[in-house]
Design a protein around this ligand. Structure first.
Ligand SMILES: [Zn+2]
Length: 306
């Protein structure tokens, strides 16, 4: 069944962000009888998989937790409408034996294969981005001292200089470029055979998302972009990006690709892109899978909903 929106958007717990810095609050939540824990073992999440998104994260009780990674306390995700607290924990960096009926798999494969429900997929994205940040920020970027987690996992504090560090989210501009009834799509050498997608790049310091999109498109394809409209965003936890989806109008037509970035870029008629979406393109070309924001930006243009 086709997804009606990108993956990773539906983790709808209450994050209680106004409470996370209260003294003793994290410990209280951790010790609540009902607390539930997702577990990553290395970079793999433990889930019970089911067809068509019928599976879910394996939520562990505190007593079921494996040995956790030193210095990475469970990170608070939020509470549900019953006030049940949810956390994510990082198992010691070992391949755990996974109990019968469960699997441990990387999050991208879990999403691509549609193994778990959308709510848990959203929580898994939040969880993975936070754990990744903790694992790579154990030392202070100011003085090099060791850091410890605070605010239920939403900051780290340096034990030497008391500097505070907060989880990062890196904005990426991603844009469907249109000219009349044609769309600009490109492919990088690392894409699967025949797949074409919208162009994208990181937003740089001191730059608007719209200008980042214009710059990336020009650098990669030589196409000038005029009007840009913001459409939607998507958390993309590989490792911690926020995709800012836009549609833009080209003001030029001649393509000059940057071979360091792209293997090819072309103007495709909307009809041709429809055939790519349906899997009936005569050259076997395809567009990105429906977990991605690129897929939904392209669909919105084709459906006239951008
Ligand atoms: Zn420091």
């Amino acid at each position: 069944m086709a997804r009606i929106q990108p993956a990773f958007m539906d983790g709808n717990l209450d994050r209680l962000s106004g409470h996370r810095n209260e003294t003793g609050w994290h410990e209280n939540k951790l010790n609540a009888q009902t607390s539930q824990f997702a577990v990553f073992t290395a970079d793999k999440l433990i889930v019970h998989a089911g067809p068509a998104g019928s599976g879910g994260v394996k939520w562990h009780a505190y007593s079921q937790l494996p040995r956790l990674m030193d210095g990475v306390d469970p990170v608070f995700l939020g509470v549900d409408t019953e006030n049940t607290p949810y956390f994510v924990a990082q198992a010691e960096n070992l391949e755990l034996p996974v109990p019968e009926g469960l699997i441990a798999l990387d999050l991208r494969s879990i999403a691509l294969q549609g193994l778990i429900n959308d709510q848990d997929l959203g929580l898994a994205a939040q969880a993975r981005a936070l754990l990744h940040w903790h694992a790579r920020h154990r030392f202070c970027s100011n003085c090099g001292g060791g850091t410890i987690a605070g605010d239920a996992g939403y900051k780290r504090v340096c034990e030497n200089c008391s500097g505070e560090h907060f989880p990062r989210t890196d904005p990426v501009a991603i844009i469907a470029i249109v000219k009349g009834d044609k769309m600009l799509l490109g492919r990088s050498a690392r894409f699967g055979t025949g797949m074409y997608s919208t162009l994208a790049g990181f937003v740089e310091p001191g730059e608007t998302a719209e200008d980042a999109a214009r710059r990336e498109v020009f650098e990669e394809s030589g196409i000038r972009v005029g009007n840009v409209r913001y459409v939607l965003s998507q958390p993309w936890p590989f490792p911690a990006n926020l995709m800012l989806g836009m549609v833009g109008e080209a003001t030029s037509e001649d393509i000059t690709i940057d071979p360091d970035e792209l293997e090819d870029a072309r103007w495709f008629s909307f009809d041709e892109v429809r055939s790519m979406a349906l899997g009936t393109h005569p050259e076997g070309l395809s567009m990105p899978p429906d977990i991605s924001i690129a897929h939904h930006l392209i669909k919105r243009v084709l459906d006239g909903k951008s």
